[in-house]
Design a protein around this ligand. Structure first.
Ligand code: ZN
Length: 341
């Protein structure tokens, strides 16, 4: 048995027989993208770096905030004080955790315009995002390119995980043909516990290691749900593939072409408008959710909330105006976090 640091580093992992030395070599050669380096993505990135994934591409457009530290591993108080980009802060930390891993921080919002570049040469994609618009975009790309990806989500004390292996298992749109309508619970309005995000991230990485070491056909495609507050853990039969699925059945990729992206435009000197999304909102319901975290005024025509330095005005047809920024990415992010998509 060798005691060289390079060989002993992964010894406990490669000694696990189903993974083995051969699996470890595959993990070392793999290129993995993590989209969103928040509560899910930061745990995914750390586990993958420690496991020795060859290249880790971290895609995130946000900056570290104090409210992240309760659940977002990899970040510390100095990152929040400096408001470092999450991708950069994560890469700095991971360089100390495992210098053998090539970590590529990408400070970017994943969009139809940049997805080809950001996913170039990637073998596997892990979901660390917080919104369905980005997940449907990932799903379109993964199905078209036949790359496995792992969907994960968490809010409050509850989360779920589903590995998607194009050509073999149901894709995200087989399971959710459309994003749910109306205002959705988000971590901003409902809160979220670190044990659930860490659990879901760990389940995603478990699948990731198996896919990389053994192959995409080896991984379970059951849907797993966990609630760390009630203690309930469930596994559901793999959702069946829908032959009429617009994505994996009919091979239409509207999210990839940008056709399904909510139009967005600058609106006045210091505001951004997100246009009608064909998703009627119940403003009373949204006011109740947002009222827990921000001052809100609402009537049947509009809802107005003051969030940090921004003023968010939402209309019943789903349209919104975000005052206080000219950055469309910031506007999208606020919409996703507080209204939900
Ligand atoms: Zn499908």
């Amino acid at each position: 048995m060798s005691n060289s640091p390079q060989e002993s580093r992964y010894s406990r992992q490669s000694r696990f027989a189903p993974l083995g030395e051969a699996g470890q070599r595959k993990i070392r050669a793999a290129r993995v993208a993590v989209v969103g380096v928040g509560a899910l993505g930061s745990v995914e990135a750390e586990l993958l770096a420690r496991a020795g994934v060859g290249t880790l591409r971290l895609i995130d457009r946000d900056f570290v905030e104090w409210s992240n530290l309760q659940r977002q591993f990899l970040f510390d108080e100095s990152d929040a004080a400096e408001a470092l980009p999450k991708a950069v802060a994560a890469a700095r930390r991971l360089a100390k955790v495992n210098s053998e891993v090539a970590v590529e921080p990408m400070v970017a919002d994943l969009t139809p315009a940049n997805i080809e570049d950001l996913f170039e040469d990637i073998d596997l994609i892990l979901d660390g995002t917080d919104n369905f618009e980005t997940r449907f975009l990932i799903n379109d790309y993964a199905v078209r390119e036949e790359i496995p990806w792992i969907y994960g989500a968490a809010v409050a004390s509850y989360g779920l995980k589903l590995a998607i292996v194009p050509g073999r298992s149901a894709c995200l749109r087989c399971v959710y043909p459309e994003a749910a309508g109306g205002a959705q619970p988000t971590c901003e309005t409902e809160g979220v516990l670190a044990p659930i995000t860490a659990t879901i991230a760990a389940l995603e990485v478990g699948d990731a290691l198996k896919i990389l070491a053994v192959g995409a056909d080896s991984v379970t495609t059951r849907l797993t749900t966990v609630d760390v507050w009630t203690g309930e853990i469930r596994q559901m039969q793999p959702p069946s593939r829908d032959p009429e699925c617009p994505c994996c059945g009919l091979r239409q990729f509207p999210f990839l072409s940008g056709a399904r992206r909510a139009p967005i435009s600058l609106c006045g000197r210091n505001a951004v408008q997100i246009h009608e999304r064909s998703r009627p909102l119940d403003l009373k319901d949204l006011a109740a959710r947002l009222g827990r975290v921000a001052p809100v005024r609402a009537n049947e025509f509009a809802l107005r909330a003051v969030i940090e330095a921004y003023e968010l005005t939402v209309f019943p047809d789903g349209r919104a105006i975000i005052k206080g920024t000219t950055d469309t990415g910031v506007a999208r992010s606020l919409y996703a976090r507080y209204v939900g998509v």
